[in-house]
Design a binder for this molecule. Structure first.
Ligand code: PXP
Length: 260
């Protein structure tokens, strides 16, 4: 088992980061251009420490497109985590693609993002069948669920290997007291999931202001983070992008220096 630092031999497993590149594609789709490219973004994320790359092929194809998936798989070096609805169409795509991980998520077309966890207990047969179909292709099966013991037990029954705990209620909490309450639910869920043999991941709504509280929970092995990273990338990169174009504009006024 790798540990967080040489001096820390307390056997707390290293925490991994999955970077969700969906919103690079959101920006591309807004203009119908071929940039920014989620594949190029994924490679940059990997070079910067991402341990896996997450993509969600939504039924309405609002960001990631079908063609992105093989391109990403061909180019990337880490594990691909494909988020998908529990539908025959999506499972068939996963079966053909065979990413390292497949994470079933609930999906409603009108939602802005994945607003809650998957209801596993109420559709156990369907989710079990989905997990079996992924596993038959060597894909690790994960379920994105609320930090709720009923859903965690159902995930175990469905045969999933991994649960990803939805941290949205914690991230959206409007007071310190409710954030603490939600964090406690996540802590208990992580301990319970681990105790019954599941690997526990977490994600949704995490950012530099709230990630530490979740990352400190020792049972959580991996966090999946997207929107805040892509948003921060725009802020970090804006100064450079403005300076680059301004320089080209000014250079174009000087005879003999134009590039095109
Ligand atoms: N994990 C899952 C299963 C998700 O559906 C999402 C959002 O697509 C995330 C993590 C990342 O959430 P965010 O974009 O808020 O960081």
């Amino acid at each position: 088992m790798r540990v967080n630092s040489e001096s820390d031999m307390s056997a707390v497993p290293e925490i991994l980061l999955g970077v969700n590149v969906d919103h690079i594609a959101t920006l591309r789709q807004a203009r119908g251009t071929d940039y920014p490219d989620p594949v190029a973004g994924a490679l940059l994320a990997e070079q910067s420490g991402a341990d896996s790359i997450t993509v969600h092929l939504r039924e309405d194809r609002r960001h990631i497109q079908d063609r992105d998936l093989p391109a990403l798989q061909e180019a990337m070096a880490t594990r691909m985590n494909l988020e998908l609805a529990v539908t025959d169409e999506m499972i068939s795509i996963a079966e053909n693609l065979r990413p390292a991980d497949g994470c079933f998520v609930p999906e409603r077309r009108e939602e802005l993002t994945t607003e809650g966890g998957l209801e596993v207990a109420a559709q156990l047969a369907r989710v079990t069948d989905g997990c079996v179909r992924l596993q038959e292709q060597g894909i690790r099966a994960a379920l994105f669920i609320d930090p709720d013991p009923v859903q965690i037990d159902a995930a175990r029954q469905a045969g999933a290997e991994v649960i990803e705990l939805h941290t949205g209620a914690f991230a959206d909490a409007t007071s310190a007291a409710s954030a603490e309450l939600e964090l406690d639910r996540i802590r208990q869920a992580a301990a319970h999931g681990t105790a019954i043999g599941l690997k526990v991941h977490a994600g949704h709504g995490l950012n530099t202001a709230n990630v530490e509280a979740v990352a400190a929970i020792p049972e959580i092995l991996e966090l999946n983070i997207g929107h805040s990273i892509i948003a921060a990338a725009i802020t970090c990169g804006l100064a450079r992008a403005v300076a680059d174009i301004k320089r080209l504009m000014q250079q174009a006024r000087v005879p003999g220096t134009r590039r095109s």
